[in-house]
Design a protein around this ligand. Sequence first.
Ligand code: COA
Ligand code: AMP
Length: 631
Amino acid sequence: MKNYQEIFEKSLAHPEEFWAEAATSIDWYKKWDSVLDSSNPPFYNWFQGGEMNTCYNAVDRHVEQGRGEQIAIIYDSPVTDTVRKISWAELRDQVAKLAGALKAQGAEKGDTIIIYMPMIPEALVAMLACARLGVIHSVVFGGFAANELAIRIDHAQPKMIICASGAIEGKKQLAYKPLVAAAIEQSEHKPEKTIVFQRDFLEAELNQPGDLHWQELVKDAEPADCVPVAATDPLYILYTSGTTGMPKGVMRDNGGHAVALHWSMKNIYNMEPGEVFWAASDVGWVVGHSYIVYGPLLYGCTTVVYEGKPIGTPDAGAFWRVISEHKVKALFTAPTAFRAIKKEDPEGEYLKKYDLSNYKTLFLAGERLDPDTYHWARKLLNVPVIDHWWQTETGWAIVANPMGIEQFPIKPGSATKSVPGYDVKILDSEGNELGPGKESNIVIKLPLPPGTLATLWRNEERFVSSYMSRYPGYYETGDGGYIDDDGYVFVMGRIDDVINIAGHRLSTGAMEEIVASHSQVAECSVIGLDDSLKGQKPLGLVVLKAGVNCEPERLNQELIAMVRNGIGPIACYRETVIVSRLPKTRSGKILRGTMRAIAAGKAYRMPSTIDDPTSLEEISTALQKVGYPLK
Ligand code: COA
Ligand code: AMP
């Protein structure tokens, strides 16, 4: 076994040497001039001057190395009763054909394309086809409403949109094309083309100018070759929730991303090429980008594309069936999925039906892994249960138990140790570094390793102000926590207005903007409450306009519909409480953090700047009425 401490120390003391060595695992058209360009902090460029192509590394080279007949993708879709296996050679041909079709429609290196697709292999084909041409893709999660898609269209300014005619969500059929049309109608920027993959169960009407039929388009398309791009050129933009209604467009480069993800597959996930890796997430999230698509494919692992849920498709044994049928070695999902399975099948009866002898490790991330869920999963599966912490911004794990390097004893509640490349520290609000056991802001000393966000798309100012300004020389993660005497990192939760619902990252600020726009609402605050299934859920505290006398349940139903239309069903907004005022500082700032602490039953200090201390009593009573803090 390799030695973690040695590797970790080398990665921080000699990052250029460390990552240059890792970069030899990637095929380059042109070697880099410098491993790390630090001339313009806090912007850092990895592999400056290098040229490569991510699609070539993830697809073509496996075929060229004689592995064309091996399986690249297993598509398992209980909702359409389909299992389909795609070899590397087939994947290469499909990607090259779609890339050829996109090229024929005018897509070129540096353009952007939005992808709005469910969990079908064509979503991966679309992403890889973009990467093949040096086109920057931006995948939008299917659970977002037309309004959220429109915001992203206006910001990313895509030349084209690629979508599917529809999706099946559990038992519901959803039509995607009308939603895309509504988003284009709302947006100021108008994409030139919309390419629609028609699914068997739902034919979309192609009735708008620029609508194109995917299957027709690729039939006679000339396959396109991989286009060399600079290591520092953008591969994708992925929008993620910040504290306002305007999401942040995390920009990922090509070279550093490929190097880091390739490195992570062995060192963190302990995979070998040819083995089966399954991230039960969605291509619309960062986990999907990194570990359904790029990580496994770059490393030569088979990836599982699962179009289903942990429960209800058809039962709480769905995950065990997929693991057993496809000989999955490692499953990566969110703790919520396990809480859902536990609720339906607490004794694990379904597991008894399946042979899981190839299955070695469970990786969990996306939200805090509560010790109860950890212990339940550990006992049930009898494999290591590895919590690891990361964010859309970093693109891969910051803290983990590095299974391919050295396996540390697990401390439930901790994601274990800093991953090589990440110098994690705890700083107090004045910027002083805190010692073991002291909880405060988690930061990462710059430079961040390769594969992390290069900047925010078309918004360098926000990149600096959101992450780099508060603690110069450090990246501010937005999470709070502590490091213990043994170097184990405990991530306790967000310290900003971002919440995590069923492993989905959402902004309470975005919900507040919608709730505040209701004609009877004077002001509001949306806070995250603990939830036993989804980790967190939102609650709206609302002050009515003077003289308004409305029926609380009717207002609640109207706000539910507004948030659903404005953000999407995944926001899970269901509860509103009317109060006479919100607790504020004397300068008028709403005390969200204090309200969150009251709701969570945590000790809090009465802010010295509070305008009226009795306002907190009203909030506390209102929260108690709806059952918070949880007993
Ligand atoms: N497209 C359209 N709608 C979607 C969607 C998608 N891709 N994903 C979710 N939704 C909808 C759901 O249908 C639901 O709508 P409804 O209010 O009309 O019922 C709503 O958004 C909320 O979805 P969700 O929070 O997923 O709740 P659920 O009750 O449908 O399922 C779980 C609960 C626990 C089974 C589910 O949340 C789950 O599988 N979680 C795992 C999380 C995960 O993989 N996270 C990825 C990060 S690693
Ligand atoms: P996302 O950008 O959607 O991946 O969400 C990132 C956020 O999810 C982090 O900032 C954390 O708040 C939370 N998160 C992700 N993984 C973990 C984990 N293992 N433990 C605790 N919180 C986590």
